[in-house]
Design a protein around this ligand. Sequence first.
Ligand code: HEC
Length: 152
Amino acid sequence: MAMASRIVATLAGALAAWPAAVASAAPAGKAVFDSTCAVCHQSGGKGMLGLAPALAGTLAPLLAAAQGRSYVAQVLVHGLSGRIVSQGQTFNLAMPPQATLSDADLAAVANYVARDLNGSSAPAFAAEDFVAARAAKSSHKDLRALREGLLK
Ligand code: HEC
């Protein structure tokens, strides 16, 4: 009984914190982006030829599809290598996995990329999406095939 009511109290606390967490997702996500991703993807996700593709204004068709959202989550957790074409430019580089970030930070930075950099109105990324991405076993080749299929 005591245990059960403690769980209920914890859940209630988590739910009470939820709107605040959502409201602060964008600034937290930008902070993660600036400290972790911008070294390659550049400030504002504008990208740099020979270093990393642009993330601003390039991902809308992916973000609109559940599989594409899974692609983005898996790229963050597992990285990506091999040839991709973005904005008509070929990249054949390697992004290291960002799996040392917490699921909450991954969700925040994914929401910054989706909403602020791509104007996506798809449902927000949540920590659970990154639990699933960590468990997913797609190879980089699988991820590139998924990406190509969705960008066609
Ligand atoms: C060390 C450099 C580096 C860092 C740090 C890095 N990336 Fe990348 N990222 C890349 C490269 C390079 C690619 C393309 C890989 C390829 O050519 O296959 C890429 C690809 C991506 C893609 C896929 C883009 C597409 O068009 O499909 C996403 C999404 C992405 N990165 C997000 C992020 C986010 C968010 C972070 C920070 C948490 C991050 N990256 C950190 C180098 C980096």
